[in-house]
Design a protein around this ligand. Structure first.
Ligand code: SF4
Ligand code: FE
Length: 487
């Protein structure tokens, strides 16, 4: 059965890469002192592989591949039913609960499901063979349980200009050369979730392209260690706390997300890994379908929300105020917001439909409403968590002070609350809430909720396109006996 164990996964990504981190060039990242910063993000991905091994999560974490007939990790599955769409969001909530951060593997998963139907439709129109090429590529992904990153966002240069009008033509990734074996591409992809932790990446255009922009209309799969790829590790708030002695100040000391800035410098892509080459007509469909699937994926934040609600409730308990009515009311509000997010994630999955290619897709309007809610509610849930935790989350002394033989006992004396609450546990918990609301993990919970899968305006555009306002006008007219006619 093609399911890697967490240990096999870890060994499989120990490959020499071209990485920059804090100004240093690093190749064997797993042997470098900075690995302490990278490791939590790898632990998070390992949790995916671990859950897929566990009998209790088999239904959620694995699926039978329609391509190979084998049981595969659900992150490599092409949705074959509404149930698959529902199980996808169940899996994302579960993993959010297990890790309280971004587990990174959804982007390539969503890109694959979008490409499955788009390549089929391209072949229908052009008589090309992209769909078979993609299926062969993806069978290999399933058989080897590969982690595929998804690369969409270009550096974009001057936002008022189209790709071909940029001063620097590389502001959008594009084809720079070609031979009978494949193509060469150049450009950069930013905000690359889990890129260092992945085996391969699926690259897509960032926007719908027009006549004259054919060289930018390109999609392909590529090994993340390929020649010409350079990674630069994204800085995160308080990331160097992971380099300190002791783990108390880290917050979520086990798990974390990872964002990489990736440069493609004349990277060669063999024909068998190219899924789109200059078909501008299909770039809009690919971008929108991928974005739709990924906006459904933001069910992940409900799992993180579950953990944060639990942490806030525990903080109230540690303060001895868990029975106060205003505390209970705030917890109820956090739950209501979180379950509203969940309702939309379920709804966009339950209202999915079958594409002609045979795979299933989420409801586009509801997926965009889901992500639009995610740009707001985690901020409110985070605000309530900070309220319940108290100002101490940003004024506490460091672990070094807590461990100091002279001042440590005095800090403990004054940070003690209820008799049965160990100060170290309270410390750990408060740092965890700090971490989720304003530290490293706030990237996963807040900023990623805002900008991941497209910034809020991108969803508003899609919502307005799907809104059918004229139909709603007709509904009002029908009740009021106003004739339905063009104004
Ligand atoms: Fe998956 Fe959520 Fe991370 Fe996106 S932000 S990759 S949906 S866990
Ligand atoms: Fe994301």
């Amino acid at each position: 059965m093609p399911l890697k164990t967490p240990e096999e996964y870890l060994e499989s990504i120990k490959r020499e890469i071209n990485l920059f981190m804090f100004g240093e060039k690093i190749s064997k990242f797993w042997e470098h002192p900075f690995y302490k910063i990278i490791e939590p993000s790898i632990n998070t991905v390992k949790m995916i592989y671990e859950c897929a091994q566990r009998e209790e999560y088999k239904n959620i974490m694995t699926a039978k591949s329609h391509l190979t007939g084998e049981i595969v990790n659900r992150f490599t599955h092409i949705h074959q039913s509404i149930d698959d769409l529902l199980l996808k969001v169940e899996m994302q909530r579960l993993l959010g609960q297990k890790t309280a951060c971004c587990f990174q593997r959804c982007v390539g998963f969503d890109a694959a499901n979008a490409l499955y139907s788009v390549t089929w439709e391209m072949d229908e129109k052009f008589g090309s063979s992209y769909h078979d090429t993609f299926k062969e590529y993806w069978k290999d992904v399933q058989r080897n349980d590969l982690f595929i990153a998804g690369s969409m966002t270009d550096s974009k240069g001057d936002r008022s200009k189209r790709p071909i009008n940029q001063t620097d033509p590389d502001a959008f990734l594009h084809i720079v050369d070609e031979n009978n074996k494949g193509i060469f591409v150049k450009g950069a992809k930013v905000h690359q979730t889990g890129f260092l932790n992945s085996h391969q990446a699926i690259v897509m255009p960032t926007l719908a392209l027009r006549d004259g922009e054919e060289d930018y209309a390109v999609s392909f799969g590529i090994d993340t260690t390929a020649k010409g790829i350079t990674m630069i590790y994204g800085r995160q708030t308080s990331d160097t706390r992971k380099l300190e002695e002791g783990k108390l100040d880290v917050g979520n000391f086990k798990y974390g997300g990872q964002e990489i800035f990736v440069i493609f410098d004349n990277v060669f892509i063999p024909n068998k890994q190219i899924f789109m080459k200059r078909e501008i007509e299909f770039t809009g469909a690919l971008v929108n379908r991928f974005a739709g699937y990924h906006r459904q994926s933001y069910a992940c934040k409900t799992g993180v929300g579950d953990v944060l609600i639990g942490a806030a409730a525990l903080a109230a308990k540690y303060n001895g105020v868990e029975k106060a009515s205003h505390i209970r009311d705030k917890l109820v509000e956090m739950v209501q917001l979180n379950e509203t997010l969940w309702s939309c994630a379920l709804a966009c999955s339950a209202k999915g439909f079958k594409r002609e290619a045979g795979n299933y897709e989420m409801d586009m309007l509801l997926a965009n409403v889901n992500k639009q809610n995610v740009t707001r509610f985690p901020y409110e849930i985070g605000r309530l968590a900070e309220d319940l935790a108290g100002g101490i989350i940003c004024t506490m002394p460091s672990q070094q002070d807590l461990d100091n033989t002279e001042i440590g006992p005095i800090i403990k004396k004054y940070l003690s609350t209820c008799d049965d609450v160990p100060v170290n546990d309270r410390y750990k918990l408060l740092r965890f809430i700090e971490n989720l609301s304003m530290g490293v993990a706030s990237l996963s919970y807040k900023t990623e909720s805002l900008h991941g899968a497209g910034s809020p305006q991108a969803q508003r555009i899609m919502i307005s396109r799907q809104a059918k306002i004229d139909d709603k006008i007709d509904l009002a007219k029908a009740i009021l006996d106003i004739p339905v006619q063009e104004l």
